[in-house]
Write a protein that binds this ligand. Structure first.
Ligand code: SAH
Ligand code: SF4
Length: 407
């Protein structure tokens, strides 16, 4: 039995407390302002900081430099200085799995030391499609919110990722796929053909609740969407939340990315069970925040995710209620077939039922794509991510859930 203190259970409030950052910081993930400040620390005079930061920014985010010696437009002296104080370290790939549909899942070990714990790891998944390549990025190691149908929620260890570790996942994917300027594209089944951008879209749908790590996620997404760097359009970045209402308007104001809501149920009693955070922020409040989401319009709709659980939330009256609830909100509905994981008692709805459900939604005027499960054979599909930590006991899960409700 693992005894946990309250401090450990509320790790989103005390992130990184058992984590020792690398002695030499990595420049990966730094914003322009941070880069300039870092240069200031190593003696670059103020008048030169902006220009130098701009040069290094280009090497970092456009060319994906992995070694300071690659930065040929930077003077030798400065390169040596940089080398002495900083690294270009990214998360390290400890395992790569390639699905027969081309989906790739990377288990990433995060830089730094962990005190008395196993190394901190997250998963990151790349999903190639004909018109895009989507990278599913994690925001936390594990998740404090124990949604009953989600594998990540069963993971004990939880800490917030830093902005650098979030950007680092995009960097690793681009490294691995040869997706930086001047690199040779990777080849393989399911991968796009030459000349196409491999990572064109980002979804914050990996491990963790991004709105419980707001500042780091925001800073990372602002780096990712910078037009002179990683250059991912904000319209191609989607942040998915289980419904942390107070941070929804901030997401629109400070990140201005697309929003997805993990709704999954149309009644509070059922949603309390599936998404326990609903006890704190019930459906009505959540939908109100969506109505007021900055920038929402018919051209910029909110995606409502709805996982199809057999006999739980998949009746046609649920479908009708879903349509009624979303009236007036510019919305898309994304039906997600439940992806099973070892130990779950839920089952995916029958295909016939998913089709009937989808028809009700479609007839009400919503595009209702059913998300094709990708990478199921390598446990890379939605909600199947879990880095290798042991399962929680029932008591620990209950305690975590209670803490999440009251903080
Ligand atoms: N924490 C955030 C983002 C990560 S989860 C959130 O909950 O929105 C990404 C999506 O996968 C969410 O919609 C989540 O509810 C869904 N999901 C979780 N477990 C799943 C499973 N086993 N099968 C299908 N979808 C799942
Ligand atoms: Fe966390 Fe999202 Fe999984 Fe819920 S569905 S436990 S919020 S990762």
């Amino acid at each position: 039995m693992i005894a946990m203190t309250a401090a450990e259970l509320t790790l989103e409030k005390t992130p990184l407390e058992r984590y020792v950052a690398p002695a030499k910081p990595s420049l990966v993930g730094a914003s322009r302002a941070e880069l300039a400040a870092m240069l200031g620390h190593i003696g670059v005079p103020e008048r030169a900081q902006k220009m130098r930061a701009q040069q290094i920014w280009h090497w970092l985010y456009v060319r994906g430099a992995r070694d300071f010696s690659d930065m040929t437009s930077v003077s030798k002296d400065l390169r040596a200085e940089l080398e002495q104080h900083f690294t270009l370290e990214r998360p390290e790939i400890v395992a790569e799995q390639v699905s027969n549909d081309g989906t790739r899942k990377w288990l990433l070990r995060l830089p730094g030391e962990t005190v008395g714990e196993r190394p901190h790891e997250v998963e990151c998944v790349y999903i190639p499609e004909t018109d895009r390549g989507t990278l599913c990025v994690s925001s936390q190691v594990g998740c404090t919110l124990n949604c009953s149908f989600c594998h990540t929620g069963t993971q004990r260890l939880v800490r917030n990722l830093t902005a650098g570790e979030i950007v680092g996942q995009i960097m690793v994917a681009r490294d691995r796929l040869g997706d930086f300027l001047g690199q040779e594209h990777a080849k393989g089944p399911g991968l796009p053909t030459e000349g196409e951008r491999f990572v064109s879209n980002i979804v914050m749908m990996g491990m963790g609740e991004p709105l419980y790590n707001f500042e780091a996620v925001r800073d990372a997404l602002l780096v990712a969407s910078d037009g002179e760097g990683l250059s991912l359009s904000r319209r191609r970045i989607t942040l998915s939340t289980s419904g942390v209402v107070p941070n929804i308007s901030r997401t629109g104001e400070e990140i201005a990315c697309m929003l997805a809501i993990s709704l999954h149920a149309v009644r509070d009693d059922l949603r309390n069970e599936l998404v326990p955070l609903n006890r704190k922020y019930p459906i009505k409040e959540l939908l109100e925040a969506c109505r007021n989401y900055p920038g929402v319009s018919n051209a910029r709709r909110i995606t409502f995710e709805y996982v199809m659980l057999k006999g739980v939330n998949d009746s046609l009256s649920d479908a009708k209620e879903l349509v009624r609830l979303l009236k007036g909100i510019p919305a898309k509905i994304n039906l997600i077939p439940f992806n099973p994981w070892p130990g779950t008692t839920y089952e995916c709805s029958d295909w016939e039922q998913i089709e009937k459900f989808s028809e009700v939604v479609f007839n009400a005027g919503y595009a209702s794509p059913v998300r094709t499960p990708r990478g199921r054979d390598i446990l890379a599909a939605c909600g199947q991510l879990k880095s290798a930590t042991e399962k929680l006991s029932v008591r620990e899960r209950m305690a975590l859930r209670a803490m999440a409700m009251t903080d």
